[in-house]
Design a protein. Structure first.
Lengths: 285, 207
């Protein structure tokens, strides 16, 4: 091939229309969703540790679960919340839900409803949804003094005294395990600071993939276990044995990642080829 | 058409309007963007009033808890920024927020993010009775922490041994940035998967 022709291909690929890359990325997501490949998936130690913690709690233990996310991150945190709730209900644990994000209360209601439909659980007895409370760190701290003062009523306006589950729960001393499904601030870091740091409770949870690198350093000393992004959710679904939305998305995730890695490699090859040509005086980078 | 079906179609069409920006800026994208901004502003205004202002302030004042006049006054001070002559009053409210926030945060933040994190890096390098990968992990943590700290030590020129250790620190930092980038890509692809699954499953019923 003539050098001019080679140069043409290199230049064209280096200046490729970004919309072509968008089409490839879209295809890498859509095709695996429509035609699942069933790529293998393994659970990681932080996911297994969270699973083991819930697994090892005695029947009837009380788990506090904070739905600290909104619809924007539902795709990552929704499936893991659902899988964890199913696990808790299967093991006979009681779950107290609350939200430090306004829209978390509504998402908690939907998740409780979906998880509870498969198990013989009753609202007020096996689980409660305390709803949203503004204040972030201050709310977490106030729970250490009194749940009943921080949340006098549940999400539907029912006084906590009228809910059998809440009659014997008033401080962190009555909680066996604390979890936060965290999309950012306020979220898991605040629960680590207050519930774990100040009140000495075991804390675990899940987070978006973006915040996972920031939270992994807390594992295992300050965080019992952590689910990072959709992969963490799929790992938990695998451990619980309930294939859900996250598992369905993992093929697409893997293919899209492979494609992006390929683009990064190709981009670098053409970058270095272009650089070498420029050094030889054959072109401009 | 049921309300749920209408909602699904509306969400699907608005999703496509937003995706159309990937081709190029266009009126459909602009419409969806402006609609989102307007609806969000209205939604959050109502939500904040009914979930924050009313339960935390109005209800307490109605119950004659007069100490809640203080946050009311401080809130009014914040709005004084709109009147340049008395705008300085807003600093009182800001000072209160910063002071109380710092007081609440400093000790717990130091405990959780400084002391406990230091404790987590104090790992044993004694290989006796430990699997090789645990020893390797501890060694990497030790080298990464020390070299990373040396990189951010600016009281000595980064030459000789200091420079060499600092360069190792840079390698660890690059690995850290790479991991962050990888997780960010994963998060963004997850969001795309969520939208695509909605279109294919909820809207078109193809999967």
């Amino acid at each position: 091939m003539a050098p001019e022709a080679k140069s043409g291909i290199v230049d064209r690929l280096r200046n490729i229309d970004r919309r072509i890359i968008f089409i490839f990325v879209a295809a890498s997501v859509v095709i695996p969703l429509m035609f699942p490949l069933g790529l293998p998936l393994k659970s990681s130690p932080p996911s297994r540790a969270l699973f083991q913690e819930i697994e090892s709690l005695q029947r009837g233990s009380v788990v506090l679960m904070a739905f600290d996310y909104d619809p924007a991150t539902e795709v990552e945190l929704g499936p893991m919340s659902l899988a964890i709730l199913k696990h808790c209900f299967r093991k006979g644990h009681k779950v107290v839900g609350l939200a430090l994000w306004p829209q978390g209360a509504g998402l908690a209601r939907a998740t409780f409803s979906e998880a509870g439909s498969d198990y013989n659980v009753k609202y007020g007895v096996d689980y409660v949804n305390l709803g949203f409370k503004a204040g972030g760190l201050v709310v977490i701290d106030s729970l250490g003094k009194s749940f009943h003062e921080s949340f006098p009523k549940d999400v539907d306006g029912t006084p906590l005294e009228d809910l059998p589950l809440m009659k014997n729960i008033n401080t962190y001393a009555d909680i066996d395990f604390v979890m936060s499904m965290s999309a950012g601030d306020p979220g898991l870091p605040f629960w680590i600071m207050m519930a774990q740091g100040r009140y000495g409770k075991k804390v675990g949870g899940g987070c978006t993939a973006v915040s996972a690198p920031m939270l992994y350093p807390y594992y295992p000393n300050q965080l019992v276990g952590l689910l990072g992004g959709m992969k963490g959710a799929a790992e938990y679904e695998l451990l619980v044995g309930e294939k859900g939305a996250a598992t369905k998305g993992m093929d697409a995730q893997s293919i899209a990642h492979a494609l992006i890695v390929l683009f990064v490699i190709i981009g670098n090859i053409f970058y270095f080829v272009g650089k070498r040509r420029a050094k030889r005086g054959g072109g401009v980078i | 058409m049921s309300l749920e079906l209408f909602g699904t179609w509306l969400a699907a069409l608005l999703t496509l309007c937003i995706f159309s920006f990937l081709y190029k800026d266009n009126p459909f994208y602009k419409f969806a963007e402006h609609l989102f901004v307007g609806v969000s502003a209205g939604y959050w205004l109502c939500y904040n009033y009914w979930n924050m202002v009313k339960p935390n302030l109005i209800d307490n004042l109605e119950a004659h808890n007069w100490e809640y006049l203080l946050p009311l006054i401080l809130s009014a001070f914040m709005l004084m920024r709109l009147i340049p002559k008395v705008g300085w009053l807003s600093r009182w409210a800001i000072a209160f927020m910063i002071g109380s926030g710092a007081g609440l945060m400093i000790i717990t933040y130091l405990q959780s993010n400084f002391l406990e994190q230091i404790k987590s890096t104090l790992v044993s390098l004694d290989p006796t009775g430990l699997p090789w990968y645990v020893v390797l992990n501890s060694f990497l943590i030790f080298v990464g922490v020390v070299s990373g700290l040396v990189y951010f030590f600016f009281s000595k020129a980064h030459t000789g041994v200091t420079g060499g250790v600092a360069r190792v620190g840079v390698v660890f930092l690059m690995v850290c940035f790479g991991a962050s980038f990888g997780y960010t890509v994963m998060a963004r692809i997850s969001l795309l998967i969520g939208r695509m699954y909605f279109l294919l499953h909820d809207w078109l019923g193809l999967v």
